[in-house]
Design a protein around this ligand. Sequence first.
Ligand code: FES
Ligand SMILES: [Fe+2]
Length: 406
Amino acid sequence: MSAVFKNDTRSIDELIACQKPGHSLDQRFYIDPDIYELELEKVVYRNWILAGHVSQLPEPGDFKVFKVADESAIIVRGSDGNLKGFANVCRHRGSLVCLDQEGHADKFQCPYHGWMYDIDGNLTAARNMNDDFDKSTHGLKPVSVGEVHGLFFVCFDDNPPSLEGAIRDLQEPMDMFDFKNLKVVAQKNYPIPANWKLSIENYQECYHCATAHPEYALMHTLMISRDKRGRAAQHMYERMEACGIKDIEVDYIDGAAHPGEMGYGYWRTAMFSKYKTGSRDGKPVAPLLGSIKGYDSGQSDIALGPFSYLLAYNDHIVAYVFTPVDHKSSNCEVYWLVRGDAEEDKDYVVDELTWLWDVTTASDKEIIVNNYKGVHSKYYEPGPFSKMEDMESNYIDWILSELQRP
Ligand code: FES
Ligand SMILES: [Fe+2]
């Protein structure tokens, strides 16, 4: 750890008060394990995180294990057909219960002493316990699971933020892509040896795109695309209606704007006119989604809470989920989704579908790691954001305000 950090005796509150608005964060926010612990409590475990699409767990007993930092949850389709979440922690002496990442189960058996739980979390068998042992009070503890138009989310808090606003305001745009009937056809984890905030900060700004992402910059109009109805995006607006795409904009609000509610947003951005979708040559890579009737050289961005972001092309969706592993490392989980009835190798080829965001995420990982190395230096000093880093700047402000929330 750097000398700067060791000599810094300011309390976290004092440190927050010293942050310069419109600047990157002080070194300690990226390397101090105490700040990380506070972030877990106040930010990470209190908010919804995208954990998958309902099509991944169609039948009762289908499950998936979802890990964030020190927590692990079993998300399972219960016997009543609803998705349920349980802490993956045995009620005997705390072993992880389910060691598989996903699959189908009739029951979950703890690998330590064999306690058995059914798919609704009830303890059904525990050998050689005393006569007064009550199985009914030793079921797996519940973890919050919520759904937004086919996407399911996990929150490690019994009082999670409300999803109502997101469900209501994103219904129209998400119905357009028929989110409920998509399917996941590829999923890849990119472990990033850097503090989680640097991974998300990177995703939130495209100031780096021109230098770091030649593939992406070729097709996306970067800053200009956000300039609503600006000249560079005109071709998209002219085509949108003919493609059955409504011009909907849901201003991004973070949780601070509506306390107690998950933040969300939706907006459409233009690609250069020769690109129909986010693919190697700009040509379609899968059947058109939902009610969309053609290509307008546009793409929608959807933000769902502080850890989950989606890119909606006219023929496929790419979902990004950033989570901390510990204070020094994070995961970037990427999902690629297409129409539920699309057939592999006939309607889409996985390598073609995943190419753009695979190369882009690999280069992001590299620049994030360089960033993480640099902020450890005694010469690092928070620097000013460009106007292309507004979202990142707001995100940092939100984190700081959450850290101070009781
Ligand atoms: S810790 Fe699970 S059965 Fe003992
Ligand atoms: Fe990037």
